[in-house]
Structure formats: structure tokens, C-alpha cells
Design a protein around this ligand. Structure first.
Ligand SMILES: *Cc1c(COP(=O)(O)O)cnc(C)c1O
Length: 356
């Protein structure tokens, strides 16, 4: 494993840590951050860990105008015996480069970026909360910084990592969420940027989420942008359905984000010999399974929420109640197993966790 040589400036003014109960998602940041600059023709330079602080950018920086930016999200946990565990961080670095490539942004050296991430967490280790359901959320991201108003890939970039102690992503916690099927707006289309973790996808999704939220729904379920009938994913989660004993999730079609939790759930189900398939599935099909009493469970998967059971789908002015609005047995088992592996309370037969 390669190590990145980093200039470190420690903070002399340590912040107060938030209490771990009622810890809100993404509101608090640790004492330090990592920064790495890129200039075309020179490459990556000046990797540094500095006190968490504001950054200065030219108002003409490309990121503000044409949205050249990508991000990642992963978590660190402390085990009972004080070890720090990261969950499949290599997968995040790999996906970041896939997103970078789609947005014409420079690749990072995945091992060196991981080395930076590990060094930053080691410095802010005391910030990893230990209460049940809490963790340290890690946000690596890259922005285009060249001051230039022409539409072209920037010649300068900054890669940063910030850390945030977090509790449950949804206020519901592991309790089922209510989701509205979106039939007017679309999130992405095949050939677009739906399979890249880039800001524009999220900006484009806010309108539908806002309307759903006004009607009491936590998120929307997106349908495909072409025929408006095939299920894609939910806000920041991939979606799974348990139908008549089989688990089904939409296949990766270029407009769905390739979730690492999604991939892990599929691997876990296969390991347990639970039938699982990745295929095209329409909302009409889901509705039919519901009417036939075969729609047994539904859940979303993502780093932030891990597993989020879906208790209700709102579709064509009708509420489809799933498993009586309660968490299903398989969803619960997947949640317990995955969080057990992540926090080191359950064996990790796949070698998914990385010790700091
Ligand atoms: C990040 C993200 C997911 C979940 O991916 P994980 O790697 O499991 O965290 C799903 N959908 C979208 C749109 C996302 O941004």
C-alpha cells in the first residue's frame, strides 16, 4: 500500500464535539480537512491536512458556472475494542474516478487518496461517535477551480476530504419511510450523468423531493426518463423489492448510481442463497405484485441510511402499504448483518472492512 506524504498543520483551536444523541446528518465537521491541488501539465501537488476552514475561490471558478464537481460518501466506525473500521473504501475511490472520467476531471491515485483519508481520520479519530447508529461520515470531493467562463474542462482542480460525525440519515431511523413514485420529473437518462456522483443530479432532483415532502413523503422513487415506467432508484438510495421470496433490484442501465451498499447487499443475499436478480422492473409490475399480495418487502440501500425499509409507496393517488408499514424480516436481517460487519460486531467473511 502506497502512502502519500502530507504536510500537516494541526489545529490549535479545537472545536466542541456535538452530543451523540439526536446527532443530525451532515451538520457538524471535525477539526481538520485534507486538500490536494491539480494543475494541468503539473499534476497533483501540495497534499496537506489543515485545520477545517473556509476556502477561497475565484468567482469565475468553473465549478460555480458549469458544475464540474464530483463527490463520494463513506463511513468510519469504532469497534468495541477501539479499532477504526472503514467499509470498502477502495470501492469509493474507484467510483470517484469513474465519475471524474465522466465529468472530464482528472483521475486521483486511488491508493494515495485512500492513504490521505486514513491519515486525516487518524488525526480526527476522537470525533468518531460511538453511540448505536452513529458513525463518522467521510466526504471526499473534487471541484473545478480555474477562473474561466468558457465551456471547457477546467485546467485546475482541488480534491478535498471533510469529515462529519453523524446519526441516522432519516429522522425515522430504521423505521419504514414513505416514498412517492415520481411521474412528472426525471432524475437522469441513460447517456446522461445519472451513474456519476455529481452535483447536477442532485440539484435536478430537489424540485420533486420538495413537492413529495409537502405531501408527507421522505423521498421520491424515480422512474426511467424515456418511458417513465421502469423503476430506477430513490433520492440517494438504490431500491430493492422482495417479491414472492425473490429479491429484485433494477439492473444498472447507465442512469442509476452504482451503489456500494447495493453491491454488498446482492453479494450478501447470494452468500445466503436467497434468490436475487438485477433486472428491468416497471412500476406497473410492482403494482400488480402488490394487488396479488406478492410484494413482501421494499427497502432502499445507501451509505448514509444503510438499509431503509419502505413502508408505503404513493402511486397514482393510491397508498400501497408494504408489509403493513413495518420493517420486514429480511430487511431487518440485512440491516443487522451489514451494520454488524461495518461496526465489527459480526464476522466479515468478505474482507469488506479495512482497519485504519
Ligand atoms: C450515493 C448514492 C447511492 C448509494 O450509493 P452507496 O455507495 O451505497 O452509498 C444511491 N443513489 C444515489 C443517487 C447516490 O448518490
Amino acid at each position: 500500500m502506497k502512502e502519500l506524504e502530507i504536510a500537516i498543520t494541526l489545529s490549535t483551536d479545537k472545536k466542541e464535539k456535538p452530543s451523540s444523541d439526536g446527532l443530525e446528518f451532515g451538520k457538524h465537521f471535525t477539526d481538520h480537512m485534507f486538500i490536494w491541488d491539480y494543475t494541468e501539465g503539473i499534476g497533483w501537488s501540495d497534499p496537506r491536512i489543515v485545520p477545517y476552514q473556509r476556502i477561497e475561490l475565484d468567482p469565475a471558478a468553473t465549478v460555480f458556472h458549469y458544475g464540474q464537481t464530483v463527490f463520494e460518501g463513506l463511513k468510519a466506525y469504532v469497534t468495541k475494542d477501539e479499532q477504526v473500521l472503514l467499509f470498502r473504501p477502495d470501492q469509493n475511490m474507484k467510483r470517484m474516478n469513474k465519475s471524474n472520467n465522466r465529468l472530464c476531471m482528472p483521475a486521483i491515485d486511488e491508493e494515495l487518496a485512500l492513504s490521505a483519508l486514513k491519515q486525516l481520520i487518524a488525526i480526527d479519530r476522537d470525533w468518531i461517535p460511538t453511540a448505536e447508529g452513529t458513525s463518522l461520515y467521510i466526504r471526499p470531493f473534487m471541484i473545478a477551480t480555474e477562473p474561466y467562463l468558457g465551456v471547457a474542462p477546467s485546467k485546475k482542480y482541488t480534491f478535498m476530504i471533510i469529515l462529519s460525525p453523524v446519526g441516522a440519515y432519516y429522522k425515522e431511523g430504521i423505521n419504514p419511510v414513505k416514498i412517492a413514485v415520481e411521474s412528472e420529473y426525471v432524475r437522469a437518462v441513460a447517456g446522461g450523468t445519472g451513474d456519476a456522483k455529481t452535483a447536477g443530479n442532485y440539484a435536478a432532483s430537489l424540485k420533486a423531493s420538495e413537492i413529495a415532502s409537502q405531501h408527507g413523503y421522505s423521498q421520491v422513487l424515480w422512474l426511467d426518463g424515456k418511458e417513465n415506467q421502469y423503476i430506477e432508484e430513490v433520492g440517494s438510495m438504490n431500491i430493492f423489492f422482495k417479491i414472492n421470496g425473490e429479491v429484485v433490484t433494477p439492473s444498472l442501465n447507465g442512469s442509476i448510481l452504482e451503489g456500494i451498499t447495493r453491491k454488498s447487499i446482492i453479494e450478501l443475499l447470494k452468500y445466503w442463497n436467497v434468490p436475487v436478480s438485477e433486472r428491468k422492473i416497471s412500476i406497473q409490475e410492482i403494482e400488480q405484485y402488490y394487488r396479488d399480495g406478492q410484494l413482501e418487502e421494499a427497502f432502499g440501500t445507501g451509505t448514509a441510511a444503510v438499509i431503509s425499509p419502505v413502508g408505503e409507496l404513493f402511486w397514482k393517488n393510491e397508498r400501497l402499504l408494504i408489509n403493513n408499514g413495518e420493517i420486514g424480516a429480511l430487511s431487518q436481517k440485512l440491516y443487522d448483518t451489514l451494520t454488524g460487519i461495518q461496526t465489527g460486531t459480526k464476522p466479515d467473511p468478505f474482507g469488506w472492512t479495512l482497519k485504519l
